[in-house]
Design a protein around this ligand. Structure first.
Ligand code: NAD
Length: 513
């Protein structure tokens, strides 16, 4: 079956080959701009999820046995397959998530680059290596390697429906695991497309990547299915439910949660570049970006120029669904109420509101800039997840950093400054997992850099060597090379051994004060 035929089967009312399990309930996914049905998908129940995980478990053993070379070859085939169909997938992302085609291309390109990096670096990061055996085991060789967990359950959001789950999927696969992916109920067709692409590109390991579709209960069933780890990306409240469910079976979890990221603009910053980055970081993807810029703290010296530049740029934005649109509709209709509540709450607390062009049609939120918002407002404290931006005047970069860090979240952030030393110092003291200097979001496009947050933004890391290790357990082995005349770990050791050992330890370590 061709990919298009498979997708027809998946998106038709017959569940198609993605759904090997009988299930009667289905749900529709729709185009957020038009309401048109993109596809109809099965709601996988507990039994269907358990069956899928069982098939993945069997496949995981063969996948692990392929070794780094065999897996790299197949991951390369998968990436080539997706790359050759980049426009087809981007079109689906545009229809199901609502973002402009060009943004979908950017998102998929990033995911492909991560796939290449994960496959290419897994052996070096995880493969067996000798480590020093130390004084007490000098006659032994010591080995360390990182082994796969078996099946990794990936639960994903809808805002970056390719890039975000692939941050877990690519690294889990390269580390030797099979994956069962539960895409968001808002983007199931994209999840099904990725699974169909895997089956077509890697026909000898089809059960290594499988998709289950449905709502929260399907995700909950995956948490209870006995997988080796759950990689969850979504909101903090759902993350807590996922952890609670996983706690019952001591299933480990990776938590990639929300954020309230800030940008700091210092006295000597390039103000035009900072404004450009702030508008892109806040408004692209309709502001539905976990690492999007939600707050900006600008020093007095450049505040007026920055606000004026942001205002000019925001007025050039044009939300819509056509090829010229800068961003699309809100993917999840209920988010519009949250965005409006934050804006109205800020306005009634005295904030000045600057809005750009409002698109006609369903689901659009006009680009909105909020000035002088009190720090205790929802627009400053809660994740807004819309095309909005608060701009706050501060005395200096130190005050900006204090306010930036005054949040329960801690995902990412950015700094615009003319001084490398000062920017690096601020970046290191920013309480977040990632910071970019003189740009926004760049760390997400550097595969070698780990991605993840602190506090309410979660824990654990995708991307980079840490992201590979996240889906493994370390395995330590020692091998005796030569037997010593005296073995300290034996009941037969001479009575004097302990004293001799104490003397050696005293000579080696006792002089340190
Ligand atoms: P969400 O928490 O509503 O849903 C995420 C996923 O969890 C969906 O697939 C959903 O079906 C599933 N789910 C819901 N209830 C569940 C349950 N009880 N058990 C198991 N699974 C369950 O989040 P969303 O609205 O899809 O995504 C937006 C959020 O994701 C934002 O907060 C955003 O910041 C965050 N996000 C974080 C990152 C990151 O890497 N840190 C990346 C993208 C998005």
């Amino acid at each position: 079956m061709s990919l298009a035929e498979e997708m027809d089967a998946v998106t038709g009312t017959s569940a198609g080959s993605v759904d090997r399990h009988a299930t009667s309930r289905t749900f529709e996914s729709t185009d957020p701009a038009t309401g048109a049905v993109v596809g109809v998908f099965p709601v996988h129940d507990e039994d269907a999820v358990a069956e899928t995980v069982a098939a993945a478990r069997a496949a995981a053993e063969q996948w692990a046995a392929l070794g780094f070379g065999g897996r790299k070859q197949r991951l390369d085939a998968f990436r080539g397959y997706v790359a050759r169909r980049l426009h087809e997938l981007a079109d689906l992302v545009h229809r199901e998530n609502g973002k402009p085609h060009a943004d979908a291309i950017l998102e998929i390109s990033l995911a492909i680059d991560h796939l290449a990096w994960a496959a290419g670096h897994a052996r070096k990061a995880l493969g067996q290596r000798r480590v020093r055996s130390g004084m007490l085991a000098a006659n032994h060789a010591a080995y360390l390697e990182y082994q796969p967990l078996g099946v990794v359950g990936v639960i994903g959001p809808w805002n970056y429906p390719v890039f975000t789950p692939m941050g877990s999927i690519a690294y889990a696969l390269a580390a030797g695991n099979a994956v069962v992916f539960k895409p968001s109920e808002y983007t199931p067709a994209i999840g099904a497309w990725l699974a169909a692409a895997w089956r077509a590109a890697v026909p000898d390991a089809v059960d290594v990547v499988q998709v289950v579709t449905g709502f929260g209960e399907t995700g909950n069933a995956l948490c209870r299915a006995g997988v080796g780890k759950i990689a969850f990306t979504g909101s903090a409240p759902t993350g807590k439910k996922v952890m609670a469910a996983c706690a019952e079976t001591l299933t480990p979890v990776l938590m990639e949660l929300g954020g309230k990221d800030a940008m700091i603009v210092d006295d000597d910053a390039d103000v035009v570049a900072a404004a450009d980055a702030a508008v892109w970081g806040a408004m692209s993807n309709g502001g539905q970006t976990c690492i999007g810029v939600e707050r900006v703290y600008v020093t007095e010296a450049v505040y007026d120029r920055f606000v004026s530049e942001v205002t000019t740029q925001v007025r050039e934005l044009r939300p819509g669904s056509d090829d010229e649109a800068t961003y699309g509709p809100m993917t999840m209709p209920s988010q519009i109420d949250i965005v409006n509540r934050h804006v109205q709450d800020a306005a009634s607390a005295g904030a000045r509101v600057i809005t750009g062009e409002a698109a006609s049609g369903r689901g659009y939120v006009a680009p909105t800039v909020l000035l002088d918002v009190p720090e205790e407002s929802a627009a400053i404290r809660e994740e807004t997840f819309g095309p909005t931006l608060t701009i706050t005047r501060v005395r200096d970069a130190e005050e900006a950093l204090r306010l930036t860090n005054d949040t329960t979240y801690g995902l990412a952030g950015s700094i615009f400054s003319g001084s490398k030393a000062k920017a690096m110092d601020l970046a290191r003291r920013m309480r977040s997992g990632m910071t970019s200097i003189n740009s926004v979001l760049t760390f997400a496009s550097v595969p070698a850099l780990p991605f993840g947050g602190v506090g309410d933004s979660g824990f654990g890391r995708i991307h980079g060597e840490d992201g590979l290790k996240e889906f493994t357990r370390s395995k330590s082995i020692t091998r005796q090379r030569i037997a010593l005349p005296v073995n300290v770990m034996s009941f037969r050791r001479p009575a004097t051994t302990a004293d001799q050992l104490a003397r050696v330890v005293g000579m080696l370590h006792g002089r340190h004060r």
